[in-house]
Write a protein that binds this ligand. Sequence first.
Ligand SMILES: CC(C)(COP(=O)(O)OP(=O)(O)OC[C@H]1O[C@@H](n2cnc3c(N)ncnc32)[C@H](O)[C@@H]1OP(=O)(O)O)[C@@H](O)C(=O)NCCC(=O)NCCS
Length: 166
Amino acid sequence: MLLRKPKEEDQARLMDYMMEHYANGEMSISASNGMPTMPYKEWLEKLNDDESGKNEDWGISETYLLLNDNRVVGILNIRYTLSEDKVEKFGHIGYGVRPSERRKGYATYMLKEALKKCREKNMTEVILGCYEDNIASQKTILNNEGVLYKKSKLKNKNSLYYRVTL
Ligand SMILES: CC(C)(COP(=O)(O)OP(=O)(O)OC[C@H]1O[C@@H](n2cnc3c(N)ncnc32)[C@H](O)[C@@H]1OP(=O)(O)O)[C@@H](O)C(=O)NCCC(=O)NCCS
């Protein structure tokens, strides 16, 4: 298992990852930072810009792929310097796992690694949000010491917000 940044050579792997979501009736690719909406090379450039803080809306962020057996099994997005109002809506960290690889501990692992990276950047607290009906994401957060502190609505859906003290 390998958690690393996307490279040019990953294009076909990521296409395969997306297609599996679509075949499963999932039209959005969580944590992909807009991957399906632009040409692959443009997306890689965007990730570089996002890492260097050129994205005024989302601050400094990093996107990682989790690979197993040469396949992308998950995507992770860490938003280190999000403004307070966006943190309170979207949280610092997003993740997704391909449908056929769920319930194997991958999201729990990615979140654990993301929290380590936040700690390395001297963050002292991370906010995580998920919809109330997303039991898998709630459990992923609880597996990583998330403490529920707020319930509110995002896009008219009940959402839960957790705090992790680093
Ligand atoms: C949420 C998601 C990332 C979880 O990924 P995953 O790799 O299956 O998660 P894990 O295997 O680490 O499982 C975490 C916990 O959730 C549980 N779980 C996973 N899927 C579940 C489901 N469909 N229903 C109930 N519990 C579930 C696991 O059993 C595990 O609990 P446990 O540790 O108490 O046994 C995955 O379902 C996904 O990609 N969903 C679509 C995108 C998404 O919702 N992203 C998060 C946005 S906030």
